[in-house]
Design a protein around this ligand. Structure first.
Ligand SMILES: NC(=O)c1ccc[n+]([C@@H]2O[C@H](COP(=O)([O-])OP(=O)(O)OC[C@H]3O[C@@H](n4cnc5c(N)ncnc54)[C@H](OP(=O)(O)O)[C@@H]3O)[C@@H](O)[C@H]2O)c1
Ligand SMILES: Nc1nc(=O)c2c([nH]1)NC[C@@H]1CN(c3ccc(C(=O)N[C@@H](CCC(=O)O)C(=O)O)cc3)CN21
Ligand SMILES: [Mg+2]
Length: 292
């Protein structure tokens, strides 16, 4: 007899936290001269980025954060991008700057991120903020990893002593999640494209986090019965009827009968990423205006 997993409702948790952020922003408005401001820079068109941008603009509006997004054409030069970042660093209305990844191939993403002022780096990707995370010091932290940790907390899941396995080692998701789970006393294993026999590794996981970008790479046979499965993947696929939809890196329909807890896509990690971005922006706003 298989029992179906508890579905981790990221959308509901995100709405709850966004409601709290909204009240906080309303309250702060009484002593502040302006609302919090978030600037998102997007170059060219990437489907995962487009979903993110849409969701962010909608959520900023709900919470009372002013958004100063700029969408550049694909052939934008490095100089133009660097200048836009420099302008936003100087712009007092802006508390958070995010450069959508991936950037088109001709652009240097590392140089762009290094150019963001660390106090406005609401994506937590600047070396100063990554260094703080590595050392366990407070600072702006990556939104998706922090969103995953918030979901675990919300569902009463304590990583302490658990075997946590992360598939994917990107600087945006895999590596910072590993550090956060390690800080929460999990035993952490990381797998990637060069790991042989992925299933043998993932089947040991009490907490399995998948951040790869391969639609439904993880199937039920790769999941330990009762495991907590966190699917970070956002993939746009075309189904057999020719309709476009979003799917994760986990085969949800089969995995939900093996897992103890599972995040759906959409409605799982995605909304939490947006929420943590808003939370980081409010945090930066409070610090920059000295509102504590
Ligand atoms: N839900 C959200 O809020 C959110 C946020 C960010 C990203 N995403 C989504 O999450 C996914 C991953 O994003 P990312 O930025 O981390 O991607 P990324 O930078 O492309 O990294 C992908 C990682 O997966 C590994 N990998 C690739 N194929 C593999 C395979 N067959 N088996 C095992 N590992 C494999 C790669 O290994 P190597 O290092 O060996 O190349 C790499 O470490 C994407 O679908 C993205 O759209 C979602
Ligand atoms: N600098 C940077 N930071 C990021 O966190 C980031 C990027 N770039 N580039 C794109 C990826 C993908 N990200 C995403 C993608 C989707 C949602 C999201 O809100 N997904 C909703 C569905 C939205 C829809 O249906 O259109 C979900 O429910 O999963 C969030 C973050 C965040 N990512
Ligand atoms: Mg999701």
């Amino acid at each position: 007899m298989s029992k179906t997993a508890v579905i981790i409702d990221g959308k509901a948790v995100a709405e709850k936290i966004q409601g709290q952020l909204r009240s906080q922003v309303e309250e702060l408005a009484q002593k502040a001269s302006r609302p919090p401001g978030l600037a998102v820079l997007m170059v060219g068109d990437n489907p995962a980025s487009a979903a993110y941008v849409r969701n962010k603009e909608r959520s900023c509006g709900k919470v009372g954060i002013a958004s100063y997004g700029r969408h550049f054409p694909e052939q934008t030069s490095q100089e133009e991008l660097m200048q836009a970042i420099a302008d936003l660093n100087e712009d007092d209305r802006v508390d958070g700057i995010l450069v959508q990844l991936p950037l088109p191939k001709h652009l240097d993403a590392v140089a762009a991120i290094n150019h963001i002022h660390p106090d406005k780096d609401v994506d937590g990707l600047h070396p100063v903020n990554l260094g703080r995370l590595m050392r366990g010091e407070p600072g702006l932290c990556s939104c998706t990893p922090a969103g995953v940790m918030a979901l675990l907390r919300e569902y009463g899941i304590d990583p302490r002593g658990k075997q946590a396995t992360i598939v994917g080692r990107s600087i945006l998701v895999g590596k910072p999640i590993a550090l956060m789970l390690l800080a929460a006393d999990a035993t952490v294993t990381m797998a990637h494209s060069r790991s042989p026999d992925l299933g043998a590794i993932t089947r040991n996981a009490d907490i399995l986090v998948v951040a790869v970008g391969r639609p439904e790479l993880i199937t039920a046979d790769m999941v330990k019965p009762g495991a907590i499965v966190i699917d970070v993947g956002i993939n746009r696929v075309t189904d057999y009827e020719g309709k476009s939809r979003l799917t994760g890196d986990v085969n949800y329909d089969s995995a939900k009968d093996v897992a103890g807890f599972i995040t759906p896509v959409p409605g799982g990690v995605g909304p939490m990423t947006v929420t943590l971005l808003l939370q980081n922006t409010v945090e930066s706003y409070i610090r920059r205006l000295g509102l504590e």
